[in-house]
Design a protein around this ligand. Sequence first.
Ligand code: BGC
Length: 251
Amino acid sequence: MAKTGHPLGIDIGGSGIKGAPVDLDAGEFADERLRIPTPDESTPDAVADVVAEIAEHFAKETGDASIGVTVPAVVSRGIVRTAANIDKSWVGTDAVALLEQRLGRSVVVLNDADAAGVGELHYGAGRNVDGLVLVATLGTGIGSALLSSGALIPNSELGHLELDGVDAETRASSNARDTEDLSWEDWAERLQRYFAHVEDLLWPDLIVIGGGVSKKSDRYLPLLHLRAPVVPAQLGNAAGIIGAAWMASNQ
Ligand code: BGC
């Protein structure tokens, strides 16, 4: 039977779990986004409860349409493989099985940055771009999505490349800028070295900077000198939800 309603996108983050039904013709939310704080103990069961609450809230608009869910982790064939910024008990969890059982609907689970990349590819800065596009989300960690001629290469995890002898995300994420109280210039210097390294490995044709800090791109983008053009994301923090919903209806 054909599925009815808008697909729902849900973005599981370290501090909030956010969801909205998505109008895929327009590439925008079909209703106001709902945000519920992430439970202190963000175990799979506790998070599944919140996901179920969000699905219930939008039940009228979404009908039995599929749900796309993002997690800040490597996901291969529905199984969560890492947990850099969420409860360690996610590692090894079959997130698709858990959520499908809980929600009684078909569910797609993917990495949060990959979802943002898919959103930008179809509705934002990556539209009509040939070649290799890197979408980097600079937030609590650094997420990355690689899109090659429109196809997602999942789980690229470039935030864990080495910078200054440690995980790059601990030096160059937006969180690092906040906690170390770095000036835009000092932070941009780290970003420059980080992206120069990424460029030497992958030679992207376009770099898109996502995450909340993409709104302030005028403060640091002019300080970056890379081979590829660097542009801010166009969908901002909506990209993950929109990309997840797109994946849910194009699986
Ligand atoms: C995780 C990635 C995630 C990124 C952004 C990193 O620490 O390893 O899977 O995409 O944070 O949330």
